[in-house]
Design a protein around this ligand. Structure first.
Ligand code: NAD
Length: 294
């Protein structure tokens, strides 16, 4: 009975316009996905080069669709036109929903979230695409933690069906309902999960990455391990997947998880991921990581 009462009071709102903060691998992908499902999106970054890259990634995906006959040139033009790149917050005033997808650094996210909260309307929902950082931790300095939650997409956004919606201790039922509805409107399957470092998927995935880097410390070869995991039936091995995710992002994720679960996961110490990070070999996005990309 109590459940039915709560359900009756919960209302999802239709998201008609959105914004994405950060035009990187994830921000660019989320902006494309929203625009391709007819929900226009403002894409905000701190530099023009990143915005150009975000738009060109969307164009790449759409071009492939046109070549395969799945997307018409008219639809392509419409989708591209509904992504508005920007370097400032003023255009965010009228959007219904904001997804923060800047670097996986708690300090940077904290200041970006506080800045954006001042720039958006009082009804707008703010969600973070953080991979690992606790939603309650990110909500600490927000004025409206009830309008804040996690919305964790996977990479590449246009191909991966799952979205984790993370409920912080102060997140309202309406915020969760609207976020799930927005994920569905974007063609995704949402699961609602409790808040903790790493949520569900990365609590499973990162111990696997950690075991992989420990095997490398023991003298294993990353190419061989990738081949073995492919033979095991996984779509790609751990080294290639780390390059796709981004070595910098993975480095920060291990950091958050090792402090969240010190008894289960050791911090990086002189291992392959840390060495690549220090050498600024961030994976596919920087042209080299475990592998080299041209
Ligand atoms: P990325 O390095 O590709 O992009 C980050 C972008 O944020 C860059 O374009 C950078 O210029 C921009 N940025 C930095 N500071 C900013 C600011 N103050 N305002 C606006 N933009 C700013 O990183 P990414 O892989 O897209 O990751 C973004 C977020 O998504 C992280 O929290 C990450 O953990 C999460 N995530 C990543 C993956 C993945 O596979 N890469 C998957 C799921 C979630």
């Amino acid at each position: 009975k109590k459940k039915a009462k709560i359900a009756a009071k919960t209302a999802s709102k239709q998201v008609k316009s959105a914004a994405v903060l950060g035009a990187g691998i994830m921000g660019g992908g989320i902006a494309y996905q929203s625009a391709s499902k007819g929900i226009p999106v403002v894409m905000k970054d701190i530099n023009t080069a990143a915005l150009d890259l975000g738009i060109s990634e969307a164009i790449k995906i759409l071009n492939k669709g046109v070549q395969l006959g799945k997307v018409t040139p008219e639809k392509m033009a419409k989708v591209v036109a509904s992504i508005t790149p920007t370097l400032d917050y003023t255009t965010l005033q009228h959007v219904d929903f904001v997804v923060e997808a800047v670097v996986e650094n708690p300090k940077v996210k904290d200041s970006v979230l506080q800045e954006v909260e001042k720039a958006i309307g009082s009804d707008a929902i703010l969600a973070s695409n953080t991979s690992t950082i606790s939603i309650d931790k990110l909500a600490t300095n927000l004025q409206h933690p009830e309008k804040f939650c996690g919305m964790h997409f996977f990479n590449p956004v246009h191909k991966m069906p799952l979205v984790e919606v993370i409920r912080g201790s102060q997140t309202s039922d309406d915020t969760i309902a609207t976020t799930v509805a927005y994920a569905s409107a974007m063609g995704k399957s949402a699961i609602v999960v409790k808040d903790c470092p790493g949520f569900f998927v990365n609590r499973v995935l990162f111990p696997y990455f950690r075991a992989f880097s420990q095997l490398l410390n023991d003298g294993a070869d990353f190419r061989q391990l990738d081949k073995v995991m492919a033979a095991f039936g996984w779509p790609m091995g751990p080294a290639y997947l780390l390059d796709v995710v981004g070595i910098d992002t993975s480095f920060h994720c291990v950091d958050v998880l090792a402090s969240g679960y010190p008894e289960r996961m050791s911090a990086l110490a002189d291992d392959a991921i840390e060495k690549l990070y220090q050498a600024k070999k961030f994976g596919q996005k920087s042209g080299s990581g475990f592998y080299t990309y041209t």
